[in-house]
Design a binder for this molecule. Structure first.
Ligand code: XMP
Length: 509
């Protein structure tokens, strides 16, 4: 494995992605990690990340200097390089010109990190400090016009430093440089596959949980579904999943889930049909945040009372992913991870005195999908678009009534069918319909109509932090609109949302 020390760069997750693309496992740890913990992890190499600080700032982040005595190859990137050079006796100074953007890299030594990299190549710079002098044992291996010391190495000790960012796409040969470090220099074996991950995760769960019982809140999303499969394979019927049907799901979702998990996979599931409770509490509520609060509270109550029926449960499993953990910086031996509240059963573990099992906590979303594939989860579940916890409640603008809910379910089902038939479902981050609290005049046959308007929202995105409205073909949009207006009673107008995030959000509420 490779250890990445996180000095706060916005590109840290990208470094981890690059390592894992080489089928090598890595973990990100804060600089406060102790030398004992590093030794326990037994990494084949260490990457010191970039970061926004200057090494001369009073509280600039530092990792224990003893890492340089471990006889492990180390690659410092940007701030990580400056930390290494400063610690080992070189000189780092504020650069006369801050350098940001593309620069042409002139490579002086086509070996080590630069094996099979052309002697002239582009690189991406983003720094205010530069190396002025290098410590004994180091040599300069590349430079740019503004940065004479753009790359260094201490061949004997296997220490390397890059002033630029090899992990970003703007450094076209960056992938090769990282691969050279990981495979040639650190001698990592490229054996980290999802099959291996699953095998290890299953035996780890067995070791941790033993013969104790585990509860899991199943939502039908890919994260909780893959978590359920892993646990089921590890502990069989000692896993009980709880699925709360809040009545705000897409058409036929609850039935599909019952079939997949209960009948096909034979996982122990308790289905709680709580639609009535949710709808009653939401009656006459139009404010989006009030809707969210009501839904969150009822979900907790229903989940807790169902969980209490499971005798002697000691663990709660959750499909927490790595980005959530990295944000809270507690993956490495810290306290229980802080979790985005809308993902998970916030507060329940403490309340019910349950211990947490989070087998996906070191994975990224696309890795979870690959893991699902390795566990033979059906494609339809693996590729499900994200669906918000409050469900259709936040897609019915204004008050929710059974009638409006039923209109939206029909509209949404027709939309999804067309999106899937046109081969767009997987290409889109999300695609859904929103029922507006407005009516408009139309004409059907010879009759004047005065009916509801629905908006179609379809976006592309990598992580939901930003999103672009999808440029769906007009022909497809036309087909969707025709189907909805012809088939769903109560709708006579369809509009397409052409706003991106930011400044809009993906959901309308
Ligand atoms: P926005 O609308 O903020 O959404 O651009 C970003 C992503 O989060 C989802 N979302 C939610 N998920 N509970 C959830 O579980 C919520 O209250 C919630 N609000 C938004 C949204 O679908 C998108 O994927």
């Amino acid at each position: 494995m490779i250890l990445i020390v996180d000095f706060g760069s916005q590109f840290n997750q990208l470094i981890a992605r690059r390592v894992r693309e080489n089928r090598i496992y890595c973990q990100i740890a804060p600089p406060a990690i102790t030398i004992q913990d590093i030794q326990k992890l037994n990494p084949e190499g260490i990457i010191l990340s970039g970061g926004p600080s200057s090494i001369y700032e009073k509280n600039s982040p530092k990792v224990d200097e003893k890492i340089f005595d471990l006889n492990i190859p180390i690659l410092g990137i940007c701030y990580g390089m400056q930390f290494m050079i400063h610690t080992l006796g070189g000189d780092v100074k504020r650069a006369e010109k801050r350098e940001y953007g593309f620069a042409e890299l002139q490579i002086k030594k086509s070996e080590g990190l630069f094996t099979s990299v052309d002697s002239k190549t582009s690189c991406w710079m983003s720094h205010g400090d530069s190396i002025k002098t290098i410590p004994k044992g180091f040599s300069i291996t590349a430079s740019t016009e503004n940065t004479p010391i753009a790359a260094v190495e201490n061949e004997k000790k296997r220490f390397f430093g890059l002033q630029f960012h090899p992990e970003v796409h703007h450094t076209p040969k960056g992938k090769k440089m990282l691969q050279n470090f990981l495979v040639d220099i650190c001698k990592c074996k490229q054996t980290w596959t999802m099959k291996n991950f699953a095998r290890n995760a299953i035996s780890e769960i067995q070791e941790t949980v033993g013969d104790k019982k585990v509860i899991l809140g199943l939502s039908g999303g890919v994260d909780s579904s893959v978590t359920a499969l892993l646990l089921h394979q590890a502990i069989g019927n000692n896993l009980t999943c709880i699925f709360v049907d809040n009545g705000l799901l897409r058409k036929n979702e609850a039935e599909k889930l019952k079939k997949t998990f209960g009948q096909h996979l034979k996982i122990n599931i308790r289905f709680v049909n709580a639609g009535g409770k949710f709808l009653k509490a939401l009656s006459k509520v139009a404010d989006p945040e009030k809707k969210r609060k009501i839904i969150g509270k009822i979900f907790m109550d229903v989940f807790e009372s169902e969980a209490k029926k499971i005798q002697d449960a000691e663990y709660l499993a959750q499909g927490t992913l790595y980005p959530d953990i990295i944000e809270s910086q507690s993956a490495f031996g810290g306290p229980t991870s802080v979790i985005k509240s809308h993902h998970n059963v916030g507060g329940l573990p403490e309340k019910m005195k349950l211990k947490l099992v989070e087998p996906l906590k070191f994975l990224f979303k696309d890795e979870v999908r690959l893991l699902g594939k390795a566990l033979r989860l059906e494609d339809e579940m693996i590729w499900r678009q994200p669906f918000p916890g409050p469900g259709l409640a936040i897609r019915i603008i204004g008050e929710i009534t059974p009638k409006r809910l039923s209109i939206l379910k029909e509209v949404d089902a027709a939309l999804l069918e067309e999106i899937k038939a046109a081969g767009y479902y997987r290409k889109l981050w999300q695609s859904f319909a929103v029922l507006l609290p407005l009516k408009s005049v139309g004409i059907m046959g010879d009759q004047r109509t005065y009916e509801n308007i629905v908006a179609i929202r379809a976006v592309t995105s990598k992580d939901a932090m930003t999103a672009d409205w999808a440029k769906l073909p007009h022909k497809l949009l036309g087909k969707i609109s025709n189907r909805i207006i012809n088939e769903v009673q109560g709708v006579n107008r369809v509009v397409y949302d052409i706003s991106s995030k930011p400044p809009s959000t993906i959901e309308w509420e």
